[in-house]
Ligand binder design. Structure first.
Ligand code: ADP
Ligand code: MG
Length: 681
């Protein structure tokens, strides 16, 4: 029997061709899509006593008009309507713009309900919505949906309401009964209705809870099934690396690996030897020695005669990695660097070398995955700072028919349990120990701007032979202003220090050659103070730098501050981080205080989570983490964990195959193209 919910939205009364096209733009194609297009918030038309209304916030009041509305016209089509109402014992003024026609509908003595922005000082409301009659006649909670310009809220409400009326009865339960009962979840059909038109806030809460669980459970089931399939299907992928050569290389390193590095490395090597493909995340705080582990893993693969690739987010990083890996490997392997700025003949040669397998290790930026690159026997790929790599870019590799072992590396500390649940299909290794002899960076919070004292401190460090970074004020809206700021600060600093102290400037608009030159000069200590935008955030390694000054520190997340701070403290000398910040609220002050008190990235990430709340945690959009419609991975972490365990149990007991109660769930999963078509990465 065909499911009516799969019918196109054009079946819904009132949806013509034009509206259909607009709804399609919102991603709404089937009736099912409409029913499950949940509001992102709700307008509550709950009337509260005037004393409980918040200044400048949206509010609803109910009162009686004490006189007829008065309209003033100005300009061609502009008007301002004013009326006075008696609300409780107060006279409240209501102002409405460009809706002069309302004068005809309302007159003295009428009861009206008005929603709008409340001005507590003037006892005035700026009307966005009005309705004749008492508040109790109105729908208490109204859905507000995400819109595109081509469609209005009123229209969308209308079509969804229409769809609910006609098709809600077709919504079927998909969760097994025991889960519905044990978590006390509202039944699916009722929950859909309550998501759009909740009777009470409590019912809304439970309906949301239901869909969060449903969404997470489906996600976890898919992830875990994929992983199972992947293991079953990707055989013949074992990389039997050359043990002696690997040992020789490890022994040639100028240091002994830390316990945590050894542990992570053995997890990675074990994956490589296994017949199934590796899909692993390597997490470790800045400076914990991920690169060393990465190098060894890359080498392991190369000893099998395969090619390996290292992808990084910026050209500067690619160059730095190329330099340091060339030094580590010496004559052992052939390394090429391929970035966007390698052009012309040189580029052709490199591409040819890759194609003819004259290169063992290819290091580069996103350029690496472009069509023209023709890898030979690509066996191992490392993606550094994976949150900066789009999921699509990762897919490209896959689509080119390449099935290497993949290791993602990140210095964004995500609490381990959260990472395991969040990624679902990935294994996680953590380097949670710093190489011996590191001195934690001493961190200070200075109110406001660069003071004489801070400048003197920088100069003193430079006189001791060290170097400093100064991160510019941040202007989020405008790249252009960001750069202007950097230039201004550079000009200013170039004059305050004694003349033999050279100040350098780094920002995103420099050409790659210019960036390279600046970095080289800084690395060689020809430049002592580097003024920079946040482009130095990731990976840059100049161990002689001991001071990091960060303007507008209150504007950064703790994790990002931690990344920036990680640029210093890389050598054996004591390093310092100075946060210039003028946080307004308590939370901001608290964050600065935490920065001065801990240098543990995992601790910081948890504090960040607590203080900033879920929305900001990872800089979600660019994080490469899955996005959910209803659930929030961080905020609803417990539900995610429950879903993970339930999914594991469902899969291990084979319930999807054997139990009638799980039939609907199975159908939902099979709709997923990756699983049904067994399109695996
Ligand atoms: P990450 O990539 O995690 O930020 P790196 O691998 O760049 O860290 O390591 C930072 C610095 O520490 C490098 O200079 C590296 O040579 C050094 N290093 C790495 N592992 C060790 C170790 N086990 N003992 C001492 N120094 C190490
Ligand atoms: Mg393998």
């Amino acid at each position: 029997m065909k499911n009516r919910l799969d019918l196109p939205i054009s079946e819904v009364k009132g949806i013509g061709e034009k509206l259909q096209a607009h709804l399609n733009e919102l991603g709404l194609f089937s009736i099912n899509d409409l029913l499950f297009y949940f509001p992102f918030r709700y307008d509550s038309y709950e009337v509260k006593p005037l004393t409980e209304l918040a200044h400048e916030e949206k509010a609803t009041i109910e009162g009686q008009l004490t006189s007829d509305p008065v309209v003033q016209f100005y300009g061609k089509k502009k008007s301002r309507l004013t009326m006075t109402l008696q609300v409780e014992q107060f006279a409240v003024k209501a102002v409405m713009f460009n809706r002069a026609f309302a004068k005809k509908q309302l007159s003295a003595g009428d009861t009206v309900t008005i929603t709008g922005k409340w001005d507590q000082h003037r006892l005035q409301i700026t009307v966005s919505n009005y309705k004749k009659g008492a508040a109790e006649d109105q729908e208490p909670i109204q859905p507000v949906y995400t819109l595109k310009e081509s469609i209005t809220l009123v229209t969308l409400r209308k079509v969804i309401k229409e769809a609910l009326e006609e098709y809600l009865e077709d919504v079927r339960e998909i969760l097994p009964q025991d889960k519905v009962l044990s978590y006390k979840l509202p039944e699916r059909r009722q929950a859909v209705e309550q998501m759009h038109y909740p009777k009470t806030r409590t019912m809304l809460k439970h309906s949301k809870r239901r869909f969060i669980y449903e969404e997470f459970l489906l996600f976890q089931l898919k992830m875990q099934l994929l992983r199972k399939l992947q293991r079953e299907l990707t055989t013949g992928n074992a990389q039997n690396y050359h043990n002696d050569r690997l040992t020789e290389f490890v022994q040639s390193l100028p240091f002994e690996l830390t316990g945590a590095q050894k542990r992570a490395l053995s997890e990675i090597l074990k994956d490589m030897k296994n017949p199934y493909r590796m899909n692993r995340l390597l997490q470790g705080d800045v400076g914990s020695g991920k690169t060393a582990v990465a190098a060894i893993a890359l080498y392991a693969s190369i000893t099998t005669g395969r090619q390996a690739a290292l992808m990084v987010p910026t050209e500067i990083l690619a160059e730095q990695h190329a330099d340091s890996l060339k030094e580590m490997f010496g004559e052992r392997i052939r390394i090429v660097l391929l970035t966007g700025s390698v052009k012309g003949k040189r580029r052709k040669e490199i591409l040819q070398d890759i194609k003819e397998h004259k290169a063992d290790l290819i290091i580069g930026t996103h350029a690496l995955i472009q069509d023209e690159v023709d890898f030979q026997q690509l066996g191992f790929v490392i993606v550094d700072e994976q949150h900066r790599f789009g999921v699509n870019q990762r897919r490209t590799l896959r689509d080119k028919g390449l099935h290497p072992d993949v290791l993602f590396m990140t210095a964004t500390p995500i609490p381990r349990t959260l990472a395991i649940t969040a990624f679902g299909d990935m294994d996680v290794s953590v380097i949670d120990e710093m190489p011996a002899g590191r001195k934690p960076v001493e961190t200070y919070w200075v109110k406001g701007q660069l003071t004489e004292k801070v400048l003197a401190f920088i100069q003193k460090q430079i006189r001791l032979g060290h170097q400093a970074y100064v991160i510019c004020p941040l202007i989020e809206e405008s790249d252009q202003l960001d750069i202007q700021n950097a230039i201004d600060l550079y000009n200013q600093l170039a004059q305050v220090f004694e003349p033999d102290i050279i100040v350098g400037l780094m920002h995103g608009r420099l050409t790659n050659e210019e960036k390279e030159e600046v970095m080289q000069s800084f690395a060689a200590n020809r430049v002592q103070v580097l003024v920079s935008t946040t482009v130095v955030e990731v990976g840059v390694n100049v161990p002689n730098a001991t001071v990091m000054v960060i303007h507008d520190a209150e504007r950064f997340g703790l994790s990002q501050l931690h990344q920036l701070r990680g640029r210093v403290g890389r050598g054996s000398e004591q390093s310092y981080c100075i946060l210039l910040a003028d946080p307004k609220g308590d939370v901001g002050k608290e964050r600065m205080r935490i920065m001065t008190e801990t240098t543990d990235g995992f601790e910081l990430s948890e504090q960040d989570l607590k203080l900033r709340g879920p929305g900001d945690f990872f800089g979600r959009k660019q994080s490469g983490l899955p996005e959910f419609k209803v659930g929030d991975m961080v905020h609803d972490y417990r539900a995610l964990e429950t879903a993970r365990q339930d999914a594991a149990q469902i899969i291990s007991e084979g319930l999807l195959e054997t139990s009638e109660e799980y039939r609907m769930l199975k159908q939902m999963i099979e709709k997923d193209e990756h699983i049904s078509g067994k399109v695996l990465d």
